[in-house]
Design a binder for this molecule. Structure first.
Ligand SMILES: Nc1ncnc2c1ncn2[C@@H]1O[C@H](COP(=O)(O)OP(=O)(O)O)[C@@H](O)[C@H]1O
Ligand SMILES: [Mg+2]
Length: 292
C-alpha cells in the first residue's frame, strides 16, 4: 500500500485561490468570494465579460493589486503551499509571473532591454543566466531575435504580445498569468498566440488564462471558470463548459470559429459531452439570488 500523499506533495506547484474578496477604494467591490485552483502543469481559463473581475483576480494573485489601489479584504492565495501576501516581488520569486492586460511593454526601449527587464525581476542574477534565458526566449519567438535592437513600440500588436510573454518567461515562471493575450489581434495572430501558450505549457509551465475570447480559451484549457460580476457563476472541465447552453449563448455565440459548433457536424461532435455535463453553478433562473 502506498502511503497517502502529504499536504506538501498535493500542493506542489498548485495555485489555490480561496474565497477572495477584493475592493477598490470604498465603493467598488470587484470580487465577492472567488475560489479557483490551478493544478501543476495545467491550463485553467477564466472567462467573463468586461468588468467581470478577471484582471482583478490576476492582480490579486500576482501581488499587483496595490498598484491599482485595490485591496484584498478577505480570502487567501497560496502557491506551492506558500501563502502569497500581495507582494509582487515575492510572487515573482515564488515563480508566479503576470503578463498584464494591454501588454505594457516599454515602447521606447529595445526588444532586448524589455527582455532584460523581465530577467531583473527574477531571483537569478548572472550574465550567463541572462544570456541563457534570452536565448530560450529567442528560440520560442524567432521574431524577437530578428527585432532585438528595434524599439518595441514599433512592432505589431501580435509581436508586442509575444514580447510581453517573452519578458515574463525571462523570469522562468512556474505559473504564468495571462490577461487577455488575444485582445485586439487578428484571427491568424490569435491562433499563433494560442499555439505559443500551448507550447509554453507543454514545456512545464502552468497557466492561468484570462480571456474574453471564450472559444480560444476553452480550446486551450483543461478547466475553466466563468466570472460574472465578481463571482464564479460556472466552473467545470473546458469540454463541458464549451457544451453548456449558457456558455454557448453568452460567450461563444456567433464568434465561435473553431469549427466545433458552427455547423451540424460540430453539434454532433459535442453531443456526448452535452448529454452529461458536469458544470457546476446556478442556472440563469437562479441568478436573482446572486445579484439581489
Ligand atoms: N483601478 C481600479 N479602480 C477602481 N475600480 C476598478 C479598478 N480596476 C477595476 N475596477 C473595477 O472593478 C471591476 C472589475 O474590473 P476588472 O477586474 O478590470 O474586470 P475585467 O478584467 O473582467 O474586465 C469593474 O467594476 C471595474 O470597473
Ligand atoms: Mg481585464
Amino acid at each position: 500500500m502506498s502511503p497517502p500523499e502529504t499536504e506538501a506533495e498535493t500542493e506542489a506547484g498548485t495555485l489555490r485561490v480561496s474565497d477572495l474578496h477584493v475592493s477598490y477604494g470604498r465603493s467598488v467591490q470587484a470580487l465577492h468570494g472567488v475560489s479557483l485552483t490551478v493544478p501543476q502543469g495545467r491550463i485553467v481559463a477564466v472567462l467573463g465579460s468586461n468588468g467581470a473581475g478577471k484582471s482583478t483576480l490576476l492582480r490579486a494573485v500576482s501581488g499587483t493589486l496595490a498598484l491599482h489601489r485595490g485591496t484584498v479584504e478577505r480570502g487567501t492565495v497560496h502557491f506551492d503551499g506558500v501563502r502569497l501576501s500581495g507582494d509582487a516581488a515575492r510572487s515573482v520569486a515564488a515563480g508566479v509571473v503576470q503578463v498584464p492586460e494591454g501588454r505594457r511593454i516599454f515602447g521606447a526601449l529595445s526588444v532586448e532591454d524589455n527582455l532584460r527587464a523581465g530577467f531583473l525581476g527574477s531571483a537569478r542574477r548572472s550574465r550567463a543566466e541572462l544570456r541563457a534565458a534570452r536565448e530560450r526566449v529567442f528560440a520560442q519567438f524567432p521574431v524577437l531575435a530578428e527585432r532585438r535592437r528595434q524599439a518595441a513600440g514599433l512592432m505589431s500588436g501580435g509581436e508586442q504580445q509575444m514580447l510581453a510573454m517573452g519578458r515574463a518567461l525571462m523570469a522562468a515562471p512556474r505559473l504564468l498569468l495571462l490577461d487577455e493575450p488575444s485582445l485586439g489581434l487578428a484571427p491568424l495572430m490569435v491562433q499563433r498566440i494560442a499555439e505559443i501558450i500551448h507550447e509554453i505549457n507543454a514545456q512545464g509551465t502552468s497557466i492561468l488564462l484570462v480571456e474574453q475570447n471564450a472559444a480560444m480559451a476553452l480550446e486551450l484549457s483543461d478547466r475553466a471558470s466563468v466570472l460574472d460580476v465578481g463571482q464564479v457563476r460556472l466552473e467545470g472541465s473546458s469540454a463541458d463548459l464549451a457544451a453548456a447552453d449558457e456558455v454557448r449563448r453568452l460567450y461563444l455565440g456567433e464568434t465561435y470559429e473553431t469549427g466545433c459548433a458552427s455547423d451540424a457536424n460540430g453539434d454532433a461532435a459535442y453531443a456526448t459531452a452535452a448529454s452529461a455535463p458536469s458544470v457546476t453553478g446556478p442556472g440563469l433562473t437562479e441568478l436573482g439570488r446572486w445579484n439581489g
